[in-house]
Ligand binder design. Structure first.
Ligand SMILES: [Zn+2]
Length: 449
């Protein structure tokens, strides 16, 4: 009984959080204690985790599963980017290792709330071999739909340092008689591992990214698609097995959250502000920097961010930040409305009803140019202020973060996802998995002190 009540509460909180804290190519949770305009990150750039002692599923053993998790964490913690001299350098400083003191009991439906709460305790990766825990959290109707969930659970009173999280993976989908992910274990495993990488990204506080989405929106899992390899792992849908490896966009985001000195010294950032016709900050506009040269280069070197995403809801300013800009290269910065396919059902925007009804366009440089570049790393490129004369969802807000109808988002999210599930064929069904999972994570609980 306790578990059921707890699960429902978590979902409701999480759905509201999705509308507040999310952005593209940005952080999952931001500092909403001091409203400092900073993303949260794991305390001391260190994540220590414990594996559930049980098996992942009837087909994948505990040790195999630990191998998958370790491999995925390795991809996130060993990120290299090429600098202006085309040298590959370490850019992310996040230490991920097994904790020394871990539970010895199998984590299952009877005890998972001991780990899935805001109390002190280890960060665990739970192997839900029956789907019971997933069903408890997201509903029985999603027992055979949701691959995984992950949540940064606890941060300290500074509002910046994550100290505990949880990831739960649904091993039922790997059982021999389950066909949600396909018909053979090899196919199921490859899709499953993509989702592991994606969910652990959320655990590290990466939000979804829709970088390059205009090129991949027609992709569907199981069939090839042009430019599929440019889809970020943190794209909200699983559409291509290339998402099992980090895209440059993912690499830049993790590097920004946990930067090495080299990342800060050797790359630049593009930033600017967006206002409505009355001079008020306009949050929720999708801004992208793309390299101007070559055919596929813009797809590789594309970064996006939603204006105002570093402050919750309607509070704070409307700045966007485009990190990982390579000195000596030319970029074009463009703006557009958040894609309609991501409204409501997915957590892309800091607002549940981002601004619409305006044309996309180019944001000029501070001196009015169509493209920008920096000479050496560490520089900040300030774009001209942009005014978009359109309806501002935060127009009536006092700026306190009370925002704009989160309750509406919560219910519409559920409706959209469930409606899509009912209508979905097998390919589309899989695409929804990650999107649905993303609705569940994240409401930071804090312990005092
Ligand atoms: Zn997700």
């Amino acid at each position: 009984m306790r578990a059921r009540v707890f699960g429902i509460v978590i979902i409701l909180l999480a759905l509201s959080a999705a509308a507040f804290d999310a952005s593209a190519g940005g952080p999952f949770v931001v500092d909403d204690v001091n409203n400092s305009g900073r993303a949260q990150g794991w305390k001391d750039d260190e994540l220590k985790w414990c594996a559930d002692p049980g098996d992942l599923s009837s087909t994948v053993s505990h040790s195999q599963a630990v191998g998958w998790i370790t491999e995925a964490f390795g991809k996130w913690s060993q990120v290299k980017l090429r600098n202006a001299s085309n040298q590959s350098i370490d850019t992310a400083n996040i230490s991920i290792s097994k904790a020394s003191s871990c539970p010895t009991e199998d984590i299952d439906i009877s005890n998972f709330t001991d780990y899935y709460n805001g109390d002190a305790g280890p960060t665990v990766v739970v192997f839900d071999d029956t789907g019971d825990i997933v069903a408890e959290i997201v509903g029985e109707e999603n027992r055979e739909v949701v691959v995984g969930l992950s949540v940064p659970l606890v941060s300290d009173s500074a509002g910046l340092n994550i100290t505990k999280g949880i990831a739960i993976f649904n091993g039922l989908l790997l059982a021999s008689d389950n066909t949600t992910l396909g018909y053979d274990l090899s196919t199921k495993s490859s899709y499953f591992k993509c989702t592991v990488l994606h969910e652990l990204g959320h655990l590290l506080n990466l939000d979804h990214s829709q970088t390059n989405y205009e090129y991949v929106k027609n992709c569907e899992l199981g069939s090839s698609c042009e430019y599929g390899s440019y889809i970020p792992t943190m794209y909200p849908e699983l559409v291509n097995t290339t998402q099992g490896n980090l895209n440059r966009d993912d690499q830049v985001t993790i590097s920004w959250l946990y930067p090495t000195q080299d990342f800060e010294d050797e790359f630049c950032v593009i930033t600017g502000k967006i206002y409505d016709g009355d001079g008020r900050p306009l949050k929720g506009v999708h801004v992208t920097a793309t390299r101007t040269q070559g055919t596929t280069t813009p797809l590789v070197e594309a970064r996006s961010f939603v204006s105002g995403a570093l402050y919750p809801s309607c509070s704070g300013d409307s700045r966007y930040y485009l990190f990982g800009i390579v000195p000596g290269r030319s970029y074009r910065v463009t703006y557009e409305a958040i894609g309609s396919q991501f409204r409501g059902a997915s957590d892309f925007e800091p607002l549940d009803n981002p601004p619409t009804g305006f044309d996309s366009g180019v944001i000029p440089s501070g001196s009015g140019g169509e493209t920008v570049s920096c000479d050496s790393g560490g520089e900040t490129i300030e774009m001209a202020d942009l005014t978009i004369d359109t309806g501002n969802p935060c127009a009536s807000s006092s700026g306190s973060g009370s925002g704009s109808g989160t309750t509406t988002t919560s219910s519409s999210s559920c409706t959209l996802v469930r409606g899509a599930l009912e209508a979905a064929g097998a390919g589309a069904l899989v695409m929804i998995l990650a999107a649905l999972a993303a609705l569940v994570p994240v409401r930071i609980k804090r312990k005092d002190g």
